[in-house]
Write a protein of this length. Structure first.
Length: 216
């Protein structure tokens, strides 16, 4: 009996520790992303890879602790999160490899170069739309135990609203029209900084959520 309790406690601690590592990674990645937006395109692209990986670890923690009657929402949140991660890893791995190192012709650059606002930029927005859906469904699974958890739940669910803009706005072509020139780039930077300010508390609150019974 004692052995079983110890094993159960050890397993729970590892689950929470991995999820907390993911949440801390998300927090650091969002903070660095906000900084790199101002100083380095490559840095902002590179850090998004770790944001996606950390987000998956964090999601796995929320999925693991979800109760049976909310498991469908937890499954949906995890699956949408996986779609987000795949799209984002493809987008930013391309930016840090082929776009950075290869001599692309004009047509290839229009498709692959993030700064051109073409197909790869649309895939990026689709990815973050999937992330928004993911946070909404994961938010549904959270059963708040304190005020921090309530804030976390509401922030994640409200973040789901971003799905509609990320899905439909690229279809209008508005981004390609507005991204040209310094004013367009400045507007995009401001919008992303605002997103960072919104999502940073999600990472912090998630790290605090998983702190209990962790051996970190």
């Amino acid at each position: 009996m004692i052995t079983r309790k110890l094993q159960k406690k050890g397993t729970g601690s590892m689950n929470q520790t991995i999820a907390r590592i993911g949440a801390i990674t998300v927090t650091i990645a969002v903070a660095l992303f906000a900084a790199f937006l101002l100083i380095s395109d490559f840095g902002s692209y590179f850090i998004c890879i770790f944001l996606a990986l950390g987000y998956l670890l964090m999601l796995a923690g929320f999925h693991n602790e979800s109760c049976e009657e909310r498991k469908v929402a937890a499954n949906a949140g995890l699956l949408f999160g996986c779609v987000y991660a795949v799209l984002i890893l493809l987008v930013y791995f391309a930016q840090t490899t082929a776009v950075r190192n290869d001599s692309l012709n004009e047509q290839a650059a229009m498709l692959l170069d993030f700064s051109k606002g073409g197909l790869i930029f649309s895939y990026d927005l689709l990815g973050y739309g999937m992330m928004a859906l993911s946070t909404f469904f994961i938010g549904l699974t959270i059963r708040p135990k304190n005020k921090r958890d309530k804030w976390l739940k509401y922030l994640m669910m409200i973040h789901g609203v971003f799905f509609f803009g990320c899905l439909f706005m690229p279809m209008t072509g508005i981004f390609r029209a507005t991204m040209s020139g310094e004013s367009g780039k400045l507007g995009g930077t401001i919008a992303l900084e605002c997103w960072c300010a919104y999502f940073l508390p999600v990472g912090v609150l998630s790290a605090l959520h998983f702190k209990a019974d962790s051996f970190l």
